[in-house]
Unconditional design. Structure first.
Length: 256
């Protein structure tokens, strides 16, 4: 345990030193209209998954046509929203919010007179605070690294469904049952490295790789039935280990 904590401290100090190191070179790139293409000190950026926009553009070249961009923020496939503040031309602090909500019922609807109803609900939540440092660059393409801390909550995933699963019988409440728990709650520190391409003034596409030391606690998975004692169907646990997040999608950033 002490070795893991010591390693975590060394990683945190290393990445912070890289991120907060003094700038020795800056570079500006202007469009034909004299507008800065790259972000500047004081700029604020908003970012989101670029996949819906890329699919929309790709639709113009297919026989099926292009549908309106749509974002999915489900528990199984959560979305991520970024807010970034440029501290200098190359350094930034950012917040990343991860969110996904799912609710499924069979039969569909909320009519209390329906005899039987199977309900499945779940949520994925997360937040990351990170510092970024762009490498010295002289083009629209720049690499960056950084370090951050993160907190996240992920739902249980099993054969019956995801998250909290319940069954309600309007005719016979004694048949009601529910499974809940099995939630992963984690916190950690880590580093990141990525590439950002500026496709227009103050607009970029970026992808990155994250690796960090995560401390995760899993709660008990509990089955409860009307009139019966609760039963633990899966025991909770605590784990410490390295985790990596390599996203196959790109993020779209707008700097203001």
């Amino acid at each position: 345990m002490k070795k893991i904590l010591s390693l975590a401290c060394v990683l945190a100090l290393f990445f912070c030193q890289v991120t907060l190191s003094q700038e020795t070179e800056t570079f500006s790139l202007l469009s034909k209209k004299g507008i800065n293409i790259l972000p500047e000190s004081g700029d604020i950026a908003l970012g989101i998954n670029a996949s819906p926009f890329l699919s929309y553009i790709g639709g113009f070249f297919s026989s099926s046509g292009a549908g309106a961009p749509a974002f999915t923020f489900t528990a199984q496939n959560p979305g991520c929203i970024y807010v970034k503040k440029m501290l200098t031309d190359r350094k930034a602090v950012r917040l990343a919010f991860r969110l996904g909500l799912s609710r499924y019922s069979e039969p569909q609807g909320t009519d209390p007179d329906i005899d039987r109803k199977y309900i499945n609900s779940a949520a994925t939540l997360g937040i990351q605070l990170a510092l970024e440092n762009a490498f010295a660059y002289k083009s629209r393409i720049r690499g960056y690294n950084g370090a951050g801390i993160m907190i996240e909550k992920s739902p249980y995933i099993g054969e019956l469904g995801i998250g909290t699963i319940s069954y309600k019988d309007a005719d016979d409440p004694d048949m009601d049952w529910k499974e809940k728990g099995g939630i992963d709650i984690g916190a950690g520190i880590g580093g990141l490295i990525g590439v950002e391409v500026f496709i227009a003034p103050k607009i970029s596409l970026a992808g990155e790789f994250n690796i960090g030391l995560m401390f995760t606690t899993t709660t008990d998975r509990i089955y409860s039935e009307e009139g019966e004692e609760d039963e633990i169907v899966e025991q909770g646990a605590t784990t410490i280990g390295f985790d990596n997040t390599a996203s196959g999608s790109l993020n779209l950033f707008f700097y203001f």
